[in-house]
Design a protein around this ligand. Sequence first.
Ligand code: FES
Ligand SMILES: [Fe+2]
Length: 446
Amino acid sequence: VIHGADQGGDARMDSARSSAAVRHSIAIDPGALVDERRVHRDVYTDSLVFDAEMQRIFRRTWIYVGHESEVLNPGDYKTTTVGREPVILVRDDSQALRVLVNRCTHRGATVCQPSAGRTSAFRCSYHGWTFGLAGNPLGVAFADGYVDAKDAVRSLAQAPRVESYRGFVFASFNPDVPVLTDHLRPVLPYIDLFVEASAGFDIAVAKDAYDVIYDGNWKMQLENGVDGYHLNFTHQSTFPVVQQRTGSNSRYLTNSSQTQGTVQAFSSGQSIMDMRTIAVGILRKRLDILPNAPPAGADLDAFYGIQRGEDAYLSTAGSGVAVNIFPNLQLGSSNICEIHPIAVDRTRVILRPVLLSGAPDAVNRVRLRYHEFGSGPAGFVQPDDLEMFERAQTGMAAEAVEWLDLSRGSTRESVGPEDQRIGQITDEAPLRALYRWWRELMETTV
Ligand code: FES
Ligand SMILES: [Fe+2]
């Protein structure tokens, strides 16, 4: 789906000017920072590298900005970011989705403050300039001070490309970026799986989210989504709790054999972690110990009063495949994870629960409890990951050791068509693919 393709050239011209200014100020050598099996610490710690990433990655490729269920009706909006740029995802009066730069064309103030809402216009609070849902100027306060008030006010800048796939909306400030479905092609079947783990209901993003800032580089969250190696160790506090409540082992991995799942890496930095062979039974146990879980042995169709009650309950744990979409989206479990880089050592992560639209409240309550189990402030999964990211950022302050090792599984991964790599679930094949793509983007200036 291609949205809002009819806007003017202002945004494009602004974008070209600012990229020229930044490009000339950044002198780094990306090729010296990554090789096939390792990454230099500067990739996580050097603010010049971060500035170059914002320009060469976040203004250049497709960036996830939201799900269509967050902006269902004209006037519905959500504020978010494309790299460091504040933007507004909004559905305009003609139903088109637009990504407006949240920056008043008068003197720079953001024109929209809430994280989400519904409006008929965006009015800047500083001096009152007002813009329509398509970013068009609606009015200048005290227009008599301008020779021609109509000329004085300019449209909000906007992303020249906005496209979506199965409800996932992406924007790009690069007018020449390939069509979205080409960019996503290798992971399209896994996005489909995520959307279809819904017992026949449409998915809808919950209004509230787990929103956190950690003191570490943005790529740590991205890497971690397809890192099967850390599960048994970072998340070890989960296992005795589940074991105590259910009386049986709840570890994902008992050894690192391939039969326990795979990681697969594709072009454009995309990857998946496929846990379908190991996760289904274990995740079911986690569901069963949640508050609001149905009584053991209950007929779930009768319990929830719907035909696919059992499917709806089990869909809470997701498809069993975690999907990493470079550079800022992760789909896993029944969560959408947005990655927002703030600075080289500071990142905001928003984990949004996905609910089933029109399903009984009791079904969606289990989804929220499961989200809290993993991602809440006292959750068993995400808080432990964040702690590891901060430890890594702290450790990498050490100049005595320059390189990080990404070699795990590099001699046993299989190479398929179009450079697809398949490894055992604890292998670092997705990270190596991520940095091959990172280097390609970072070495090319537009
Ligand atoms: S900065 Fe927005 S009206 Fe002046
Ligand atoms: Fe984790």
